[in-house]
Design a protein around this ligand. Structure first.
Ligand code: ADQ
Length: 733
């Protein structure tokens, strides 16, 4: 039975050593819950670090740890102290985390930590690859493992790989500053499906892929390495039911059953009718906007003094990454701010901020959520922010107000929350007042809509949708609208050749019969190709016609000793029995009018150039800024369409090129002229680029048309590589 291999930096477990014993407790975090159906309910495997370094596990213990972890359907990647310092605290948390959250001033770049990041990603790859069996798929999580998808693809090209980024993907202007930008993108592009929380992150990623990795992007699909990579947004949800049920249970408990935390909260709320509580919960991280929040709260108390002694900010901060200096600095700043404000405003019976710096058991978290009138969530950047969603899920009476930073991914979904800019204290203070004074009916209306949406798109649903999308990303045919040419198709086509009286095979040249990476140079055929073509043409009922965009001199030079039909110059010239003819009387006087127009586009689009061919003009923009190039294509089309109306000229948009030529010059038109010469009862046509599409389109329906490469096509079948074309021709021979 095939399985899913989930990979994340940490395993969803706590592993503790107690003398000679190992204790493993499964963690109940959001991700672990969401992945349950993929992991526990099927025979999935989770690969990640156990939390214990090699130094902490002595020789005798290793087997025990492995065994204990295995019981939980997990496999540990062994990391040592140096890995944790450099890969985890170093590159992941001192480089990628600040960079992706727009904290350029915190972004450190150290070669040593980059090397460690690469090494650890390779360690992960090795463990993952060892786990892969026929039919399996892999789902990689988060910024610690950006290089992993390609490392897996290198070893297992046919295994579907999905990747989900839990943090924002920054805009191109930020990402481009990063020395290893290209390596990171290439690592990610090993995936077949890339998921982000929001459309904005997706859009930023695609922009970097176009501009930095120079890949072809159409809508949300990237063509790379003969694969189509799909990019999409999947906003992560929460285990809604768990929070809702816990909140109901909290409501139903008797006074005696209440926790110490709940009792303290009740005391405050019972002080007077106007006592209110404002809640914030986050990891102590500089992205969460904690100092901003405290300062805005101070501003609020000064601006609206009537709230003094009535309102309390309960601030829960979970210790995090305390080995990184910026986190130590933040801790100090937060402590000082809380101290200053409490010192300034407190009275004998009232402290404005209750500040907890620790993790709390789940039950106490629920106490806080259910007791607070307002949740004040103010990150300056946050991939999603699950706390906002958890607060909503616990409001079983549909009261309470969510005040949410517009810089969180969650803000895109939670339109009914009161949204604020976390840098605007005035706005935060006024919005907090509005939240505290919001009529119950309005609270209910907003809360109901929020709950409806969040409960529908739970974390389980999120995982399910991602897995479905990964599954369907494997079906390349849906994108390019052609079927993969299988062995069976090949045998069927061979049979039509054997049964036919006269078969003609039209073959593209560059990119179909020979690989060409340097597109400016035509490649001379190699001996193997000559032999293959000779074998095919030796069949008495088969004729070959090689078609190319390049000039007839080249084709003549390469195929002088053969009697193949040749079509050159995009279909302008034709050779039969070694005699070349011009297929169309071609006028080129139109060029005089069009060249100056195209030259203005060259001047206005740095990196683009004009190619003046014998019968056509081509404006290439592959080296220009890709987005500017695409904008210019729209302009060029408008200008040229009006210039060429009432002429037999047409404008073609190919990959990073716009070409103008006579409608009568096309490989399709030329191929049709060839068919007029003889009664060919069987046609095979193979080509790779957009000029070959004319043959696929113009030739009769019964032609067996085959596209080389993964791109949308009019052909019936596709193959991925030149070698496959050659193998097929050898079969025909
Ligand atoms: P985080 O930055 O950790 O996650 P968040 O989405 O808010 O941020 O999740 C925090 C989780 O920790 C919540 O489920 C919360 O209940 C829990 N938690 C918080 N304080 C706690 C405490 N004191 N005790 C116990 N549990 C506590 C990263 C990204 C986010 C993204 C998530 C998921 O930074 O933007 O939403 O991943 O993709």
């Amino acid at each position: 039975m095939s399985k899913t291999i989930i990979v994340s930096n940490r395993l969803p477990l706590q592993v503790k050593t107690d003398g000679k014993d190992i204790k493993v407790t499964p963690s109940v975090g959001g991700l672990a819950t969401g992945m349950k159906s993929v992991h526990r309910d099927s025979n999935g495997v989770w690969v990640g670090w156990s939390g214990l370094t090699d130094e902490e596990i002595d020789d005798g213990m290793q087997a025990k740890v492995d065994q204990a972890v295995q019981k939980e359907q997990c496999v540990a990647v062994n990391l040592n102290e140096d890995d944790i310092q450099n890969y985890y605290y170093g590159f992941s948390n001192r480089t990628l985390w600040p960079l992706f959250h727009y904290f350029l001033e915190y972004t450190e770049f150290e070669k040593e930590s980059w090397e460690s990041y690469k090494r650890v990603n390779e360690k992960f790859a090795k463990v993952v690859v060892d786990q892969i069996e026929e039919g399996d798929r892999v789902w990689v999580h988060d910024y610690q493992l950006l290089l992993l998808p390609q490392l897996i693809k290198d070893e297992k090209p046919d295994v579907p790989v999905g990747f989900f980024l839990h943090i924002p993907f920054p805009s191109y202007e930020i990402f481009r500053t990063f020395p290893k930008r290209k390596e990171i993108l290439e690592g990610m592009l090993g995936s077949d499906l890339l998921g982000f929380h929001t459309y904005d992150y997706e859009r930023h990623f695609l922009s970097s892929v176009k501009r930095i990795a120079n890949k072809e992007v159409r809508f949300n699909k990237i063509t790379h390495d003969n694969r189509i990579i799909k990019v999409d947004s999947f906003p992560m949800g929460i285990d809604y039911k768990k929070f809702e049920d816990a909140a109901k249970k909290n409501q139903d408990q008797s006074k005696k059953q209440r926790s110490e935390v709940q009792r303290r909260l009740d005391e405050h709320l019972n002080e007077s009718d106007s006592a209110k509580m404002v809640l914030s919960i986050d990891r102590l991280d500089y992205t969460k906007g904690i100092p901003n929040r405290i300062r805005a709260f101070e501003y609020f108390l000064n601006k609206y003094p009537e709230y003094q002694e009535k309102i309390r900010l309960i601030m829960l901060a979970v210790p995090s990454r305390s080995e990184v200096p910026q986190y130590q600095k933040l801790k100090k700043e937060t402590d000082e701010l809380v101290g200053r404000i409490n010192g300034q405003f407190s009275t004998v019976s009232w402290t404005p901020i209750w500040y907890f710096f620790r993790t709390m058991p789940f039950e106490n978290l629920i106490d806080l959520y259910t007791s607070s009138d307002v949740a004040l969530i103010t990150p300056v950047r946050d991939g999603m922010n699950l706390v906002a969603k958890e607060y909503v899920a616990t409001r079983t009476e549909q009261d309470g107000v969510l005040v949410l930073s517009e810089m969180t991914g969650a803000s895109k979904e939670l339109g009914e929350a009161l949204q604020i800019n976390p840098f605007n204290f005035e706005e935060i203070a006024d919005t907090l007042k509005r939240a505290l004074e919001m009529p119950k009916a309005e609270q209910k209306r907003r809360m109901l809509s929020l709950q409806k949406r969040i409960s529908r798109y739970s974390v389980e649903k999120w995982a399910e949708e991602f897995m479905n999308a990964l599954e369907s990303s494997q079906n390349v045919s849906q994108y390019i609208q052609a079927e993969r040419l299988t062995q069976k198709h090949q045998r069927n086509i061979l049979k039509t050749v054997e049964d036919s009286e006269n078969t003609i095979i039209f073959l593209g040249y560059n990119g179909t019969l020979v690989d060409y990476t340097d597109k400016t140079e035509d490649k001379t055929p190699d001996k193997a190709l000559y032999d293959t073509l000779a074998k095919v043409s030796q069949r008495p009922n088969v004729e070959l016609c090689i078609t190319s965009c390049s000039e007839n001199e080249n084709l003549q030079k390469w195929f002088a000793d053969t009697d193949y039909r040749l079509i050159s110059d995009h279909g302008a010239f034709y050779r039969k029995h070694n005699i070349w003819t011009e297929l169309e009387a071609l006028k080129t006087d139109w060029m005089e009018d069009v060249i100056p127009v195209l030259e203005t586009f060259v001047d206005r689009t740095p990196g683009s150039y004009l190619d003046i061919n014998r019968f056509s003009l081509a404006w290439h923009y592959g080296d220009a800024d890709i987005e500017m190039g695409e904008k210019r294509v729209i302009e060029i089309n408008t200008v040229l369409t009006s210039l060429t109306s009432n002429t037999d000229l047409s404008v073609f948009h190919g990959k990073e090129v716009v070409e103008i030529k006579s409608t009568k010059v096309s490989k399709g038109y030329a191929a049709l002229q060839v068919l007029k010469e003889k009664d060919f009862d069987n046609i095979i046509v193979i080509g790779d680029d957009w000029t070959d599409e004319y043959m696929f389109e113009d030739l009769p329906d019964h032609a067996h048309s085959i596209k080389v490469g993964i791109r949308k096509t009019n052909a019936k079948y596709f193959v991925k590589r030149v070698e496959e074309v050659r193998a097929f021709l050898n079969l025909l021979g």
